[in-house]
Design a protein around this ligand. Structure first.
Ligand SMILES: NC(=O)c1ccc[n+]([C@@H]2O[C@H](COP(=O)([O-])OP(=O)(O)OC[C@H]3O[C@@H](n4cnc5c(N)ncnc54)[C@H](OP(=O)(O)O)[C@@H]3O)[C@@H](O)[C@H]2O)c1
Length: 289
């Protein structure tokens, strides 16, 4: 079995987690809506992740909605002491599966209570405020009002640490004046590198950067260069994509998502892969192209 601890650890708020974690979004039904086709398989994936040493799971109560958190609870509660579950608020789902902003004090408070109830915990380890000024990517907009609501719930003891998702550097700077920001979760992978400078700044500040869509998300990464590098190393393209992120910066924490046990094992085995300099250089050219 792969020893995922060999990828090292990084601070996530007041906790320390291994750099290879797991993203639970794929455990809901098609379109991240409704129940999964195979609930037993979803439970098996979560249990295998923890059995392999994963101590960082990313989720949200708007996956399903509610479904993913309920599956996490069924699979893993009572949770291991070292497990950090990171959730996110700021959106709600329409009956048509749409993703809609939900930033009022009432909606944010409701979302925190939904997460507490469905995960079966008294306090949430980390809550990311998922910004929706542009649903598809970071866009400027004032975050003081919603972040202050979360900071108040933190003071009440319902939230331990707060992060930002789909956020710009300015929003993170604004947020740090209101409360400590534990992590930033934005879209980033070897073909989508808009946050390169931001990641370096966060690393200097000791803040974790957690890329979503590390494997390309709904359209998994495809590149001749990636396939060639993988073939040369006797690895799969997805393993190389993860190994590239691990080498890219020490503050990057991985949460690749999968609903399949085989893919989970493959992804965690990326911990065994050390990318040579020449492979890094070739992979760096994908994002530059
Ligand atoms: N903050 C945000 O706005 C936001 C947005 C999106 C996601 N997220 C978080 O980020 C996590 C990761 O993102 P993601 O799951 O959307 O995207 P991802 O990790 O980039 O990729 C997941 C996709 O890749 C497939 N896959 C996984 N491992 C594979 C492998 N070894 N070989 C081939 N295909 C593989 C999965 O299908 P199978 O199920 O068939 O393996 C799924 O279709 C999510 O779980 C969620 O927690 C956050």
């Amino acid at each position: 079995m792969t020893d995922i601890a060999q990828t090292g650890t990084f601070q996530l708020g007041d906790r320390t987690v291994k750099r290879l974690g797991y993203g639970a979004m794929q455990l809901a039904g098609p379109g991240v809506f409704g129940p999964p086709r195979d609930r037993a398989a979803a439970i098996a994936v979560l249990r295998e992740a923890v059995a392999q040493g994963v101590d960082h799971i990313d989720t949200s109560d708007f996956y399903g909605p509610h479904v993913t958190n309920q599956i996490i609870r069924e699979a893993l509660h009572p949770y291991p002491d070292d497990l950090v579950i990171v959730t996110k608020v700021g959106a709600k789902r329409g009956a048509d599966a749409s993703w809609n902003p939900a930033f009022s004090a009432e909606e944010l408070t409701q979302a925190v209570h939904d997460n507490l109830r469905n995960l079966g915990v008294d306090a949430l380890d980390v809550v990311n405020l998922r910004l929706m000024f542009d649903v598809h990517g970071p866009a400027e907009g004032l975050i003081e009002a919603p972040l202050t609501v979360l900071a108040e719930l933190q003071r009440k003891g319902l939230i331990r640490r707060i992060g930002l998702s789909n956020a710009t550097p300015r929003q993170v700077a604004d947020g740090r004046r209101i409360t400590e920001i534990a992590c930033v979760q934005n879209q980033y992978n070897l073909a989508h590198r808009g946050d390169d400078a931001f990641i370096d700044d966060l690393a200097a500040a000791g803040i974790a950067y957690v890329p979503f869509f590390p494997l390309g998300g709904f359209s998994p990464l495809q590149s001749d260069t990636l396939s060639e590098v993988a073939a040369g190393l006797g690895a799969t393209p997805m393993q190389v994509a993860l190994a590239w992120l691990l080498r890219r910066s020490p503050n990057i924490l991985l949460i690749p998502g999968t609903s399949a046990l085989g893919h989970l094992r493959e992804n965690l085995a990326a911990a065994d892969l050390a990318l040579p300099d020449a492979a890094m250089a070739a992979l760096d050219r994908i994002g530059a192209a």
